[in-house]
Design a binder for this molecule. Structure first.
Ligand SMILES: [Zn+2]
Ligand SMILES: [Zn+2]
Length: 469
C-alpha cells in the first residue's frame, strides 16, 4: 500500500490527503441505504457528489411522521474553502433531499441536470431552507471543469428521469461514480441504456468504479419499465370499477405509463397527492412526457362514472396522511372507493414499512376494495431502479476498471457487489464504511475511520440537531 503523506492518522485533523492520489471519502450512504454524501479528493481539493436525506420511523413519534435525517457534513464544512462544488446525480431524496438544509453550511456551486434542478427548486420552496445561490444546470451529456475536477455527465437508466453517472478526472486519474442505475431496454421515459452504449474511448483504462450495491444480493436482472406498463395495462383493461394506482412520486415513467393506460382504457387520470403533482409539473416543464395526454383536475374525479375513474396516488408505503391512507379512512375530499373498485400498489414495500402497508391494505379491504400488490402479483407491476447481479457483471466486464468500490448499500449488499466485481475480472474491490478514506488511484488502499461522521436530524422546530451515535 502507498504510504500516506501529511500525517493523516489523527481522526478529523486538518491535513489533506496525499496530493498525488485520488481519494474517496463517503460521509453517508456507505454501509447504509439512504442519505448519500460522497467526497472525491485530489491535490488538496474536494468535489462533493450528492447530499441526501433518509426518513427514519420512530417508535415513539406521536405524529406518526418519520424523522428527516442526513449525514453530518462537518468534515467538509470545516474545510469549506477546499470544496470546488457539489454535483447532484438525480432527483431522489437520498441524493438531493439535504441540499435545502445543508447548503448554507457549504456555500459552493451546485451542478445538476435541468429536471433535477426543477425538483430541487420545488422541494426547497415547499420545505423551506436554502436554494443554492449558484445552481448550475448541465446537459446530461456535457463535460465541465469544476475546480481541479474534469467531470463528464453520462446519462443512464434509473427509476427517475435524467439520472447520470459521472466520469471524474483529476490529475492523470479517472474514475466512474455510477450513482443509482439499472439496465433498462424499455425505460418508457428517456432513451434505453446499457453499458456498451458508452463510448470505449471515454472510459478506457478507468481507475475505479464507485458503484450502487442496492440489489447486488438479487440474481438475474431487474424488469424494465416497459414490462411494468404491460403488466398494468393487462391488469386494468378488464376492470369496470374505479382504479387507483399507488407509486413513488418521482417515477416519471410510471406517470407516463398511467397516462397511456388511461388513454388506452377510456379512463381519465387524476393525480392525487402534492408530491405527485409536483413531480408531474417538473416532468412537464422539462418536456419529458412523450404524448400530449394530460391528467384531469382531480376535483373532477368524483363526477365521472366509475369505469372512467382512474387515479395515481401517493401512500404506497402506508404513510399516515398520504392519499391511500385517507382512502382507507374514506376521508379524501375528491375520491371515495369501495365495493367493485381496485387499488394497485405499483411499488415495493420498503423494509420497515411492512406493518403500515398492511394496515392500509386492511383498511381498503374492509371497505370492499380489491387490492393488488406488486410484491405478491404474478404480473410485473413494479420494477426496481437498481442493478441485480447480472447487470453489475455486465458493467464491470465492459468497463474493466482496476478497482471496484461498492457503495449505496448495507454491508451484505456491498460484499455481494465486491464478489461480483472480482468474478467479473476486476482485480481489486474495497468495501468500507462512512468516514473511511479510500485510495482509488494510483494504488488501491483504505484507511479506516479517517474522517468524522455522524447524523443530523431536522427537528419539528426547524433546527438541525446532531444525533447521539
Ligand atoms: Zn439512491
Ligand atoms: Zn435513486
Amino acid at each position: 500500500m502507498r504510504s500516506i503523506a501529511c500525517g493523516l492518522a489523527t481522526r478529523g485533523d486538518a491535513m489533506i490527503p496525499d496530493p498525488q492520489a485520488m481519494v474517496f471519502v463517503p460521509l453517508g450512504g456507505t454501509g447504509e441505504i439512504g442519505m448519500n454524501l460522497n467526497l472525491y479528493g485530489h491535490n488538496g481539493r474536494w468535489l462533493m457528489v450528492d447530499c441526501g436525506i433518509t426518513f427514519e420511523h420512530q417508535a415513539h413519534s406521536s405524529s406518526g411522521r418519520p424523522s428527516i435525517q442526513m449525514a453530518d457534513p462537518q468534515f467538509i464544512v470545516s474545510r469549506r474553502d477546499t470544496l470546488d462544488g457539489l454535483i447532484i446525480t438525480h432527483a431522489h431524496e437520498d441524493h438531493l433531499g439535504a441540499v435545502p438544509y445543508l447548503w448554507e453550511k457549504l456555500r459552493c456551486p451546485v451542478y445538476t441536470t435541468p429536471f433535477t434542478a426543477s425538483v430541487l427548486r420545488r422541494k426547497t420552496a415547499w420545505r423551506g431552507g436554502d436554494l443554492p445561490a449558484e445552481l448550475i444546470e448541465v446537459d446530461p451529456h456535457s463535460r465541465h471543469q469544476i475546480g481541479c475536477f474534469d467531470v463528464q455527465w453520462l446519462p443512464l437508466t434509473h427509476s427517475t428521469a435524467e439520472t447520470c453517472a459521472l466520469a471524474i478526472g483529476a490529475g492523470e486519474y479517472r474514475i466512474l461514480h455510477t450513482a443509482d442505475w439499472k439496465i433498462d431496454a424499455r425505460p418508457v421515459v428517456g432513451p434505453p441504456w446499457r453499458p456498451e452504449q458508452w463510448a470505449r474511448h471515454q472510459l478506457a483504462g478507468i481507475d475505479a468504479v464507485v458503484c450502487d450495491s442496492t440489489n447486488a444480493l438479487k440474481n438475474g436482472r431487474s424488469p424494465t419499465e416497459g414490462d411494468v406498463a404491460d403488466g398494468l395495462l393487462q391488469t386494468i383493461a378488464p376492470l369496470t370499477g374505479k382504479v387507483v394506482i399507488a407509486c413513488f412520486a418521482s417515477n416519471i415513467a410510471r406517470i407516463q405509463t398511467a397516462l397511456r393506460v388511461a388513454h388506452a382504457t377510456g379512463r381519465r387520470l387524476g393525480l392525487l397527492g402534492r408530491s405527485l403533482d409536483n413531480m408531474y409539473r417538473c416532468g412537464l416543464a422539462n418536456a419529458l412526457f412523450h404524448e400530449d395526454f394530460r391528467p384531469i383536475d382531480s376535483a373532477h374525479l368524483e363526477y365521472l362514472p366509475d369505469r372512467e375513474v382512474f387515479a395515481l396516488a401517493t401512500g404506497s408505503q402506508g404513510e399516515v396522511g398520504a392519499v391511500l391512507h385517507r382512502l382507507g379512512l374514506d376521508n379524501h375530499r375528491h375520491l371515495s372507493v369501495g365495493d367493485g373498485d381496485t387499488v394497485i400498489f405499483s411499488a415495493k414495500t420498503i423494509p420497515g414499512n411492512e406493518s403500515a402497508v398492511a394496515r392500509t391494505i386492511e383498511a381498503l379491504k374492509d371497505r370492499g376494495v380489491s387490492v393488488v400488490h406488486a410484491d405478491s402479483s404474478k404480473k410485473t407491476l413494479h420494477a426496481s431502479g437498481h442493478p441485480c447481479a447480472d447487470e453489475l457483471a455486465d458493467l464491470y466486464r465492459y468497463l474493466e476498471p482496476k478497482l471496484a468500490v461498492p457503495v449505496h448499500g448495507e454491508a451484505a449488499h456491498m460484499k455481494a457487489n465486491a464478489t461480483i466485481a472480482r468474478a467479473s475480472g476486476v482485480p481489486h474491490a474495497l468495501t468500507g464504511n462512512n468516514g473511511d478514506l479510500f485510495y482509488l488511484a494510483p494504488t488501491p488502499g483504505i484507511r479506516r475511520r479517517w474522517a468524522e461522521t455522524g447524523r443530523l436530524e431536522y427537528t419539528q422546530e426547524g433546527q438541525l440537531r446532531p444525533m447521539a451515535e
